[in-house]
Design a protein around this ligand. Structure first.
Ligand code: VOV
Length: 249
C-alpha cells in the first residue's frame, strides 16, 4: 500500500481576487475617492507592520486579463487572521467597489520527500523555517494556479510507492533549480481546504520565465503523467506608492 508522506506546514494562505467596479467609482465624488484610497493605504500600512515583524506577508497585484482586476495574496499564522483581513477589506470604503471573485485557501507545505533531508528534522532547519513562513518577494510579476495529482486507474499519484514519488519530485526540484534567481515559488496545500490539491504561486522579474518554467516542467514525469492544472492568474505587482495612481481617474 502507498504510504503517505509527512508534510511540514507553515503559514495559512489566502489568494483573493477582486473585480473593481469602475463604473460606480466614476460616479463617486473626488473627495470620496480620495478618502477611500487613503483609508486603503492605512490598511496596507498595517499589513506592512505585520510583515516588518515577520508575522505574516502580503502582496497586491494588478491582474492582466479579465479574470479579475486585483489579486491579494496574504500569508498569516492562522486562518482567523486571513478571515479578519478579508472582512476588513470588505468593511472599508474601497471594499464597496471590490467585487469578490475567485479565492483560494491553503497552507504552505513542504514534504519529507527530498532525499537530501532524510533523517533530519526539517522543521528545525532555518532554511525550512524560512520556506514555511516566507516573506513574499516583491518582484514585478506573480503567477498563481491551483493543481492536483491524477488519480486515474493507470496513473494514480496516491497509489505509487513513496520512493517513486520521491524520485519524481527530486527530478522536478532539479528542473526548478535551473530557474534560481529567475523564479521563486511558494507551494501551498489545499487538500481538505479548497478545490484542487496544491496552489503554485510563482514570482518573477520577467513573466516570460513563468512560461519557460511551466513549459519545461511539462516534460518532467511528475507533471507529464500526474499533473492536472486549474486556471492561471498573472498579475503585475502594485506597491503602496502606486496605489493612488491606480485608482486615479
Ligand atoms: C522555482 C522552481 C521550483 C523549485 C525549485 C521546486 C522544487 C520543489 C521541490 C524540491 C518539491 C518537493 C518536496 C518539498 O520539499 O515539498 C516541490 C514540490 C511541489 N512542486 Fe515544485 N518547484 C518549483 C516550481 C514548481 C512549479 C512551477 C510547479 C507547477 C508546475 C508543475 O509542472 O508541477 C510546482 C509544483 C509543485 C507541487 C504541486 C509540489 C507539491 C508536492 C507534490 O506532491 O506535488 N513546482 N517543488
Amino acid at each position: 500500500m502507498a504510504e503517505a508522506v509527512i508534510t511540514v506546514d507553515g503559514w495559512s494562505a489566502l489568494h483573493d481576487t477582486r473585480t473593481f467596479d469602475w463604473t460606480s467609482w466614476k460616479l463617486t465624488s473626488q473627495e470620496e475617492r480620495e478618502a477611500a484610497v487613503n483609508e486603503f493605504k492605512e490598511i496596507i500600512t498595517k499589513w506592512e507592520a505585520v510583515e516588518e515583524a515577520k508575522e505574516g506577508s502580503h502582496a497586491l497585484y494588478k491582474v492582466v486579463g479579465n479574470k479579475a482586476d486585483l489579486m491579494f495574496v496574504f500569508l498569516r499564522p492562522t486562518m482567523d487572521e486571513l478571515e479578519e483581513i478579508k472582512t476588513e477589506i470588505n468593511k472599508s470604503k474601497i471594499g464597496d467597489f471590490l467585487i469578490p471573485g475567485y479565492s483560494y485557501v491553503s497552507i504552505i507545505e513542504m514534504t519529507m520527500h527530498n532525499p537530501m533531508d532524510e533523517g533530519k528534522d526539517r522543521e528545525l532547519s532555518p532554511y525550512v523555517k524560512d520556506r514555511l513562513r516566507p516573506i513574499m518577494p516583491k518582484w514585478e510579476h506573480a503567477c498563481f494556479y491551483p493543481m492536483a495529482r491524477r488519480r486515474w486507474s493507470d496513473a494514480n499519484w496516491f497509489e505509487i510507492d513513496k520512493e517513486e514519488r520521491t524520485k519524481l519530485l527530486y527530478d522536478h526540484g532539479m528542473t526548478g533549480r535551473k530557474y534560481a534567481g529567475k523564479v521563486k515559488e511558494i507551494i501551498t496545500g489545499s487538500i481538505g481546504l479548497d478545490e484542487w490539491e496544491w496552489g503554485v504561486t510563482l514570482f518573477a522579474h520577467d513573466p516570460l520565465q513563468f512560461k519557460k518554467i511551466v513549459y519545461e516542467m511539462r516534460f518532467d514525469e511528475v507533471t507529464t503523467k500526474y499533473a492536472e492544472f486549474g486556471d492561471f492568474i498573472v498579475g503585475n505587482y502594485l506597491p503602496k506608492e502606486n496605489v493612488d495612481a491606480y485608482f486615479t481617474l
